[in-house]
Write a protein that binds this ligand. Structure first.
Ligand code: ZN
Length: 337
């Protein structure tokens, strides 16, 4: 078991990396999740994705540094594993083979037989991916208060934006006193599938091994980074009474197909029907990538200035597939050429 000093040392190291990498400014520019793979690439550490059976990941340093991450599990697990292995590298540890038991060990564990370096790597990973300041950033962006986190659907949307699992997000919220223990335990009992179902209903995909993003005007400028079969719900205010309508045609260019389109009343609307919620549900059949600019226009004035517009960058390409990390694959190919 790691001492308090060892854990704090690991947390300090993750904070130092955030400074080097300008993580706070990146979040302000729309990167809601910390780009852990980018950090490994920047440090010239090869990241190899393989269908590992008994391990989630590994760190090697003989003779050169390298990281392996499983392709058997989803993007949040890949990201946490990569952050844990980056922790071993940043803290100057020996080589390490990491299974599920190691990566799920609580940071302030009470048992005494664990390798302290594993506790340090986990503390590093948590501070790297779900630091307090990033949670606060999303709270401000979304207009959430502490009370909002008693709602599992809010915690789930926070998890998606940070690129972390629902479980890890519950623990991170408790760790920074965003929620109390009782709330954490209540949240942990909720099945994530039921959150997804109630968001997407009545639409039901073939399975629920996909995430459901709820994107609103609060997310303007966001980088939406998820997995290949994710569903995206866009819910915007629409000034229907003045003839305006959101134009969603550009979603198709990024690979998003609209499967549901509807309007519902806004409860606070003074003049019934003047403003409505326009809600569409789009799916990425096999990934979606690209910059999307959406505009609220009058259909007969399509060349004019939009009443409102919304930009986001979509990258639904996860989880990372077999081989080197895509940007390292490209670099390797260029070297050969
Ligand atoms: Zn480890």
């Amino acid at each position: 078991m790691a001492s308090r000093e060892e854990i704090l040392g690991a947390i300090y190291e993750a904070g130092r990396l955030h400074q080097q990498y300008d993580s706070v400014a990146r979040a302000a520019r729309g990167e809601g999740r910390v780009d852990v793979f980018g950090m490994l690439v920047d440090r010239d550490i090869p990241v190899l994705f393989r269908p590992l059976k008994n391990l989630l990941g590994a760190y090697i340093n003989d003779p050169d540094q390298g990281v392996m991450v499983t392709t058997k599990l989803g993007l949040p697990v890949q990201r946490f594993t990569a952050a844990h292995e980056l922790g071993h590298a940043a803290l100057g540890h020996e080589a390490s083979l990491d299974d599920q038991e190691i990566l799920e060990r609580p940071i302030f564990a009470t048992e005494t037989n664990g390798d302290p370096r594993e506790d340090q790597a986990n503390a590093f990973a948590a501070e790297l991916l779900t630091p307090d300041w990033l949670i606060v950033h999303h709270m401000k962006q979304q207009g959430w208060s502490r009370d909002s986190f008693s709602d599992p659907a809010v915690v789930y949307q926070l998890a998606l934006r940070m690129g972390s699992s629902y479980l890890a997000t519950c623990y991170a919220l408790a760790q920074c006193d965003g929620i109390d223990r009782l709330t954490r335990d209540k949240l942990l009992k909720v099945k994530v599938k039921s959150i997804k179902e109630s968001l997407a209903k009545p639409y039901a995909p073939a399975d629920w091994r996909r995430d459901v993003w709820l994107v609103t005007e609060c997310d303007d400028g966001m980088v939406l980074e998820g997995s290949r079969s994710d569903l995206v719900i866009l819910k915007f205010r629409e000034h229907a009474g003045s003839g305006y309508a959101w134009q969603f045609g550009d979603l198709a260019d990024a690979g998003l197909e609209i499967v549901k389109d509807g309007r519902s009343p806004v409860a606070s609307d003074q003049h019934i029907g003047a403003v409505v919620f326009r809600t569409i549900l789009a799916k990425a059949e096999d990934g979606a990538t690209g910059y999307v600019n959406l505009r609220e226009m009058r259909p007969w004035q399509m060349k004019g200035k939009p009443l409102h517009s919304f930009d986001f960058n979509v990258d639904l390409s996860g989880p990372v597939t077999d081989g080197l990390h895509p940007s390292q694959r490209e670099a390797a190919l260029l070297e050969v050429a």
